[in-house]
Design a protein around this ligand. Structure first.
Ligand code: TZP
Ligand code: MG
Length: 212
């Protein structure tokens, strides 16, 4: 899948096995795909590389078969070896220009940002999309910074020319506010991974977004 991939989606789903009510990442991804999600990020902070590799091999097969964009968090080598569509990095990772040298010009590079300067730098460095957050307080990410608030989100919506995803503490009951600030796509972990009925929850989220 090329870099001019489907960012015309309103929902970016991310895995978190320990917050998935005892279900495996594979089972959760299966349900996300069944619900018609078009972009999925594999994010696992504490697993061994061999386990992440095995899971990503499976998820790559599943997403490929379904035409779903597959992004790997943090591990550039893992993203490359499983032929993911993209990699998502943070501010403390390798510079985007260097990541681009490694992954080539077809792979998507996304980067988390927390302020206007980081967003502008991401654009200059050639990022394909940025993460904007945390919008709200969240316990899902360890060592997370203070919420960036709506002001930064509005700045990005009005000034940054590449796609962006709002992230952090986004729930059914606050999506409307986030979209009203100009977000076109929300990245969600626990509001989906902890749901008893994952496709049902995704359907509810889409309904809320549609009404904005
Ligand atoms: N980056 C910023 S906040 C966050 C990440 C990965 C966690 C989002 O998880 P949740 O459960 O949707 O708040
Ligand atoms: Mg990271």
């Amino acid at each position: 899948m090329a870099r001019d991939y489907c960012f015309n989606t309103e929902l970016y789903c991310i895995t978190a096995e320990e917050l998935s009510m005892g279900r495996s990442n594979i089972a959760v991804v299966e349900q996300m795909i069944a619900a018609g999600v078009t972009i999925i990020q594999y994010r696992e902070k504490d697993k061994k590389m061999i386990d992440k590799y095995r899971e990503c091999c499976m998820i790559r097969k599943m997403t490929k078969a379904a035409g779903v964009t597959f992004i790997v968090n943090d591990d550039i080598d893992l993203a490359m070896i499983v032929k993911a569509d993209g990699v998502h990095i943070g501010q403390d990772d390798l510079p985007i220009e260097k990541v681009r040298e490694l992954v080539g010009d077809q792979m998507i590079i996304g980067i988390s940002t927390h302020c206007p300067a980081e967003a502008r730098q991401a654009v200059l460095a050639g990022a394909d999309y940025i993460g904007v957050g945390p919008i709200f307080r969240t316990a899902t990410k360890k060592d997370v910074c203070e919420p960036v608030g709506f002001e930064y989100l509005e700045y990005v919506a009005q000034n940054i020319p590449i796609p962006f995803v709002a992230i952090g503490g986004i729930k059914l009951n606050n999506i409307t506010e986030v979209m009203k600030c100009g977000a076109k796509c929300v990245a969600i972990i626990t509001e989906i991974t902890t749901a008893h009925d994952i496709p049902g929850r995704i359907g509810e989220i889409r309904e809320v977004i549609k009404k904005v």
